[in-house]
Design a protein around this ligand. Structure first.
Ligand SMILES: *[C@@H]1O[C@H](CO)[C@@H](O)[C@H](O)[C@H]1NC(C)=O
Ligand SMILES: *[C@@H]1O[C@H](CO)[C@@H](O)[C@H](O)[C@H]1NC(C)=O
Ligand SMILES: *[C@@H]1O[C@H](CO)[C@@H](O)[C@H](O)[C@H]1NC(C)=O
Length: 421
């Protein structure tokens, strides 16, 4: 079984590599090409050709001169999440002038689906939101939801156990976000923090704040980047939802609900498809701009290889249920099971009216995952939206984290706003 998989992978790789090697201006090292007898050799060759794609988060931050701390955060239901912290900016004084000697205000950032803490930093100093915040004197904490490649621990369950993967943004909100918020507040001895969410990072906060209203008091301001809540009008979710039954049946048939895995092979595959000189570059660009939404395609292989992480397929199923029903509700398990779990044939809706924490929404007309209509619906439902900032430039879903114009279009406004809270 395993060896068949390896061989299939190898066959695909060699085809891609052969095609790529014919057209690229800077082909992979010739020595490596003459010794492509194994998948490992392909990975080695790509490592040499594009070492930057393989640099991990701690090393990358160190290279730029940022400090990094790492914490293990237990959740109520037994998961152990990895949280990264950038306590200050590059070579900044221990107390940045912005804080006038007071401790740096903590900011907690939560990533979107199939991403990780890394996506908040990978665009580099001056562009990456987490690094801009650190350089401005904030104490930056980067959470990782259960199931991404940083957060694969549980007190009892092994990730090979199907039960490990039985979660969606419901559990991300109810258990992960709450544990991460409490951890930061305890460690910094603060009562409130700034929260940044990208896409599902917001959905999870809204789940937490609607079901456990005491968490509203712990959030000074939620900076909501492209919040993925009402996504039934956006192009990509609709395509998926049209195939809901097929997708669900496929996920149900897998040994576990785990989808995607960051690995050297995946990074190698991304390089072969999406590097500057790849002959598959047009396909890659088309896919990436419709599916993920990156406008600036210069470093797309870097962003993809550092962005993609594992999660549970139940997240996609839960999101698609929203697209199909038009309602943000708990997971739909079918009438009979719903009756058993929730006491009603339809799953209960999340009460977004209970999200009383102040929320600042940043969204874009050109977002392929979160539509402008979905945003105006969200603004009507949330009781405490302090600003809604809609970008009318070509700015897509992942641009909120990796676009070179991030400071001009987003962070400049965010930083100004944060001073008022
Ligand atoms: C930094 O903070 C300490 C106390 O936390 C204070 O004594 C010192 O004056 C501060 N330095 C600057 C440059 O603000
Ligand atoms: C809270 O923080 C203190 C030290 O700052 C630590 O000793 C304690 O274990 C923390 N509590 C939790 C629940 O993390
Ligand atoms: C949400 O708000 C409604 C009324 O506004 C209230 O009845 C309900 O108990 C709240 N939910 C929670 C979990 O507090």
């Amino acid at each position: 079984m395993r060896s068949t998989k390896v061989e299939l992978w190898w066959a695909l790789c060699s085809c891609l590599l052969a095609a790529a090697a014919q057209t690229v201006e800077n082909p992979l090292p010739v020595a490596a090409l003459s010794d492509l007898r194994s998948p490992e050799a392909v990975v080695r060759a790509v490592r040499q050709a594009a070492p930057d794609l393989f640099v991990d988060l701690p090393e990358r931050l160190q290279g730029w001169g940022y400090p990094l701390e790492t914490y293990a955060v237990p959740t109520e239901d037994g998961y152990v999440l990895t949280m990264h912290r950038i306590p200050r900016g590059r070579s900044a004084a221990p107390n940045a002038s912005a804080n006038e000697g007071r401790p740096a205000p903590p900011v907690l950032l939560l990533h979107g689906l199939h991403c990780s803490s890394e996506l908040w930093v990978v665009a580099g100093p001056g562009a990456a939101p987490a690094l801009i915040l650190a350089d401005e004197g904030y104490d930056v904490w980067l959470g990782n939801f259960r199931g991404n490649h940083f957060s694969t621990k549980h007190k009892i369950l092994d990730p090979k156990d199907p039960r490990f993967w039985m979660f969606s943004y419901h559990e991300h909100g109810l258990y992960d976000v709450t544990a991460l918020i409490d951890y930061v507040l305890n460690a910094t001895k603060q009562k409130r923090l700034f929260y940044f969410g990208h896409s599902m990072g917001n959905t999870a906060l809204f789940v937490a704040a609607s079901m456990r209203p005491e968490y509203n008091e712990k959030v000074r301001l939620c900076v909501s980047l492209s919040p993925g809540v009402y996504i039934e009008e956006a192009s990509f979710p609709i395509i998926l939802a049209n195939n809901y039954d097929l997708i669900k049946a496929t996920f149900d048939s897998l040994p576990t609900y785990k989808i995607l895995q960051r690995s050297d092979s995946l990074i190698t595959f991304i390089y072969l498809m999406c590097s500057k000189d790849s002959s598959f570059r047009n396909t890659c660009d088309a896919l990436v701009s419709t599916v993920l939404g990156i406008t600036d395609l210069n470093a797309i292989d870097l962003y993809l290889s550092r962005a993609i992480s594992s999660s549970s397929g139940l997240n996609i199923i839960h999101f698609l249920q929203e697209v199909l029903s038009g309602e943000l509700r708990q997971m739909d398990h079918g009438a009979k099971e719903n009756l058993r779990r929730y006491g009603s044939p339809r799953p209960p809706a999340y009460q977004l009216a209970n999200v009383t924490a102040p929320v600042a929404i940043f969204a874009s007309e050109a977002d392929s995952v979160v539509s402008a209509k979905g945003i105006s619906r969200l603004v009507k439902v949330l009781p405490n939206v302090v600003t809604t900032h809609i970008i009318d430039e070509k700015f897509n879903h992942l641009d909120f984290l990796v676009n070179p114009k991030e400071y001009e279009l987003i962070m400049k406004h965010v930083l100004k706003l944060m001073k008022d809270f």
